[in-house]
Design a binder for this molecule. Structure first.
Ligand code: GLN
Length: 201
């Protein structure tokens, strides 16, 4: 598979930026809005946005069960920010109403974890397995990983500040998730890493 065909779930969020990053990582990016389009991809990106909205739209577009089935069958999926929330088996919001996820990664995430007063911030994050030094990570109302089950591996953590040590990049077999948005900074190594996962799947 020289150039994998990678879908970007195009219900909400920054689809174009992910498509651009995938193109830079030697993949063909296609928008996915229907089950038949999902059947035709080698991998899938879940972009950021609002996870509650994306879940509602996925149900409306009859994509929720097909997404779960493809994930169970081993489809490689990368989720950024809201996409990370969607890939989490559990949400731990400290008592606020929980909502449904797609699931797949054995972890609990906390939504808007960095605090509402800090809407967004940037920080360098070292990510295991990426060549060439830390990623300049942009966090926008981002989640963090509250707890990780034994089947998932932390790839990156916040290095300084109040949230130091919090897990913000995770992998479990064919599933990859980051709290931050690599597609917004011209960073292509996360997408290249994911394309590599797709090629090897
Ligand atoms: N706060 C959003 C959510 O809970 C995620 C934000 C983002 O994707 N940039 O879904």
């Amino acid at each position: 598979m020289a150039r994998p065909r990678i879908g970007v779930l195009a219900l909400q969020g920054d689809v174009r930026e992910h498509a651009r990053a995938l193109g830079g990582a030697e993949a063909d990016a296609v928008a996915v809005r229907r089950p038949a389009e999902l059947d035709a991809v080698d991998g899938l990106v879940l972009p950021g946005g609002e996870s509650t909205t994306i879940i509602k739209l996925a149900r409306m577009f009859e994509l929720l069960d097909p997404l779960r089935e493809h994930i169970a069958a081993g489809l490689p999926v990368y989720g950024a920010c809201a996409g990370m929330i969607l890939l989490a088996d559990r949400i731990d919001d400290g008592g606020s109403p929980l909502h449904e996820t797609i699931g797949g990664i054995d972890m609990a995430v906390r939504r808007n974890a960095f605090g509402r007063q800090i809407d967004s911030f940037e920080q360098d994050v070292a990510v295991d397995g990426l060549p060439g030094g830390p990623v300049h990570a942009v966090f926008i109302r981002a989640p963090w990983v509250e707890s990780l089950g034994p089947r998932a591996t932390a790839l990156g953590r916040v290095s300084t500040g109040r949230a130091a040590g919090r897990i913000v990049a995770v992998r479990q077999h064919n599933l990859l998730a980051t709290s931050f948005h690599p597609e917004l900074t011209g960073e292509q190594r996360i997408h290249a890493y994911f394309c590599d996962m797709v090629r090897k799947a």
